[in-house]
Design a protein around this ligand. Sequence first.
Ligand SMILES: [Zn+2]
Length: 249
Amino acid sequence: MQDDAIPGPEPEAQGHAPRREPNPRLMGPGRTVWVSSALALTDPGPAASGLVIQDERGQALLHRAQYLGQASRGEAAARALLGALYLCLDNQLLSPTLRIEDAELAAALRGDARPPDDAARLWDQIVEARARLGSHTVEAIRGTNPAHVVALAPLVEWLPERTRRAEGLAVQQRDDGSYEVRSARGEGQTYRVTLGTDRETPLACECADFQYRNIPCKHLLAAASSAGGAEQVFHHPTSPESLESGRAA
Ligand SMILES: [Zn+2]
């Protein structure tokens, strides 16, 4: 059984459950499956996958997040894709469109490149699952991926308390609504964080974790936490209402 080869902390939460009845809401043609994965703080590091299935009108039918344990970036992307393929198979999606965000993986799936090294271990299973799925499309995502916040959710649950305690970060709100986050020990760097009140000023931090890995770094989490709740911010990164209520503190 192909899911035996997917390591993960919670077997029942894994994408493939072959004996389960297909979900009638998901079955059928015209589905778009958005796939994402996220890492926390380091690569490899604590990783999670997320997916969103939409019907042909863009209506979300399913959100699913899974904590993957320690994984590298490429491995997390491959496992997220494999989980999505199994979900398509189990629910008998017809000619689905899978949208993935990892450019290297997308190139390998098109046959334009070799699979990334850290995805190689899963490559045979991905190829086999795609063959069983029959007609489908894989597209590389450019721009917003609705599955990304879904993938962040398990990491956000895990991160804020732990990183704040470990790093002793001090958070100060500035006049322009952004935050200054620095080590409570005084030495070391100060990072400026914006929590994203609208689409023009997204969630952002100046540090390398955020700039290069696009993950919820400890500074972002510390600022979000001080603003009233990391969950609110990360689940609704472009919703002004949720941020306003988060800032009320
Ligand atoms: Zn940061």
